[in-house]
Design a protein around this ligand. Sequence first.
Ligand code: DGT
Ligand code: MG
Length: 609
Amino acid sequence: MPPEAADFEDPRPVSGYDFRLLLRLLPYARPHRALLAGSVVLVLGITLLDLSLPLLMRHAIDRYIAPAGGGAPAPEPAAALQGLSLTAAGFALLVLLQFVFSFAQSVLMEATGQRIMHDLRLRLYAHTQELSLDFFARNPVGRIVTRLTGDIQNLYELFTSFLSFLAKDLILIAGIAAVLLALDTRLALVTFLVLPAVAVAAVHFSRRAREIFRALRIQAAEINTRFAETIGGIRVIQVHRGEARNAERFDRLNLENYRTGMEQIRLLAVFLPLIEVLALAAVALVIGYGGSRVHEGALSLGALVAFLSYIRMFFRPLRDLAEKYNVLQNALASVERIFLLFDTPPALRAPPPGAGPRLDRFEVLSFEEVGFAYVPGEPVLRGVSFTLRRGGTLAVVGPTGAGKSSLLQLIPRLYDPTSGRILLNGIDLRDWPKAAFRGRLALVLQDPTLFSGTLRENLFHGLPPPTPAEEARIVAAARLERLLERLPAGLDSPVGEAGGAVSAGERQLIAIARAFARNPEIILFDEATSAVDSETELAIQEALERLLEERTAILVAHRLSTVRAADEILVLHRGRVLEVGPHAALMAQRGFYFHLHQAQVQTGGDRGP
Ligand code: DGT
Ligand code: MG
């Protein structure tokens, strides 16, 4: 297991502790308790029917088929025939009832399971959206997706197949034991002699099965992760001809998984016949000892036959339980991981909506000695301080890897500083309710992501539907006309998964339009480093200028023209502020900025530091 996988993949085997986890599911079952209660009643009914069938058999044998001499006189043949038909009809009726009950019970149980799964998935999705970016950095996508889909499915199976079986089977086993003891205590006790062997086999089986299932689970998660990472990086893999080596690594993983799977099969292949043998041993005891009891006259023939069929019924659940053991193991592990996700606190400590100060008007944003590290001990920003007032523009420049994008991401609190403070109107960002400031800013990322869906959905994501006039205004302001001409269905064109159908430059334009649509007070703009054609470049430039009008902005900029126009320029180098001031002042200092600027001008490009 790779080290980072330890984060979320439970290394511990399922233990007694995990059964307590099931209790945490109770709140999710509570809204459906009426359905559950119905299920339980039906289970009791089914068990009673199960238990009554062999008794009916005993009745038929002892009364009509082979009446024992001692007590009641043998009935007339005609009466016997009538009695037998009645008993057979009764038998058929019970079987029919059992069918109806079982049908109703499984429908009820499935419905309950579906509803619980539905609720749980919704809550988990909502929770996942709130988690910090750290969490997503630590946990590969494949694993999170497994959680949201696979684990919840396992839980559903736990519910519909395991728990309902368990309830049914435990009640049935207890019922059978009681009936056997009542029928003939001595024979029952003798038959129970096989039980210690059954217990030993079951304990051994569950120990081995626990190990195997745990290995299988971890391997499945790794296979999923590998798949997700391969698909995510498919371009790089294909270009670098990494297929063969990847396939080889995958093959090894797959082979391991196959071997563990075979072990599981071998284990079941031993255990199931073993249970069968023990069941037959019990049958032999009943025939041997029970037969002699019949001879003694201590037991009727009917009771002996009933005994035999109870023994069959007694062992069936054991086999079922063994077969369902993997469902249980999977589900318990899933429950644990689901709650691990639920227990991961949402990213931001912030006052709940409604509480905290009210933001009437954005006045000033300031960084006070802000330090930040993605990985503890590897600071990306150190002692960064600056102040930005309403209406001002701050350009952040610096070589690649200086920490420009990282700085920008601290403002909407995608991450929190590891030291120092960021103040909004003099109050720590952490003391503002999230909505107070997030609603007022727009972030244009360096590499904007488009969601699968139409262009319109992408622009107005999370906003109320726009009016046609608004749409037209935003399209014009963000210079999207040229892209729209190219797209056959205009704003209704799908832009494809990850925005495959649009170029990098067009993606930037869409991201700018997205910012426009929000009409934010503060713009955080991370200029793309990818080169675009000069026409698109011009469009981006114009769109950006319009977006910046009357607004406060922090721009991570490369174009000299943009940088020059900013009120203040922050020169960042290896996470530290090297110089800060307006263009003219920095040029006069003849420091780092001056040299960056000179290098740009000399290479003739307008694309700056
Ligand atoms: P650019 O966009 O190439 O001009 O560079 P900057 O200035 O935007 O650099 P930035 O803030 O993306 O990266 C600063 C350092 O932080 C760099 O050493 C890479 C590292 N870094 C960036 N993003 C992450 C992240 O998500 N996780 C970790 N562990 N490190 C990151
Ligand atoms: Mg960057």
